[in-house]
Design a protein around this ligand. Structure first.
Ligand SMILES: Nc1nc2c(c(=O)[nH]1)N[C@H]1C(S)=C(S)[C@@H](COP(=O)(O)O)O[C@H]1N2
Ligand SMILES: [Mo]
Length: 155
């Protein structure tokens, strides 16, 4: 057994390295609407790129800076959802997810939360997280950088 002094507490969440499935489609839903969308559907909407994005975490190395490209989460919601809403849960089938509020998305300015399709100008692979939520304002634990988005639930 290790000496107590050699024991380091584990990181609060060890990132999952493997996608939960090969299927990169996801469901966008509210109380009254439900759509299954694909990366191709996202490519039909206005694209945006955000430079200098870091995936920062404690307990394992940070990576980046990356240029992520894709659709602003708020643009997607504005395109499909026709009721008033206050928050959105973005979840992966591996049990990981993040909650964002309408207010914070509307106040994000030119570095909004993005549903990323590309990284450094090339398509994001499924293993890298396609479709991946990137929240540029989160820079200390990567807990909002949700890989393999499977569900976007408007509340
Ligand atoms: N779906 C999903 N997304 C996730 C995680 C995860 O386990 N599952 N881990 C998070 C954590 S804790 C980190 S540090 C980063 C790691 O991102 P990377 O695998 O691109 O380095 O992904 C975040 N997004
Ligand atoms: Mo992490």
């Amino acid at each position: 057994m290790d000496e107590p002094s050699a024991w380091t507490p584990p990181h609060s969440h060890e990132p999952n390295p493997a996608p939960p499935s090969d299927d990169a489609s996801f469901v966008l839903s509210s109380d009254t609407q439900s759509y299954r969308l694909t990366p191709e559907d996202l490519r039909q909407l206005p694209q945006q790129t955000i430079a200098d994005c870091l995936i920062v975490s404690t307990g394992h190395p940070s990576s980046g800076p990356f240029v992520f490209g894709g659709v602003a989460l708020l643009s997607l919601i504005d395109h499909y959802v026709n009721l008033a809403w206050v928050e959105v849960d973005v979840k992966s089938e591996d049990g990981f997810g993040a909650r964002l509020t309408a207010e914070e998305l509307r106040q994000a300015g030119d570095r909004p939360a993005l549903l990323a399709l590309t990284i450094d100008g090339r398509p994001l692979t499924r293993a890298e997280g396609l479709v991946r939520l990137i929240v540029p304002s989160e820079t200390d634990d990567a807990l909002r950088q949700v890989k393999w988005v499977g569900e976007i639930r408007i509340r």
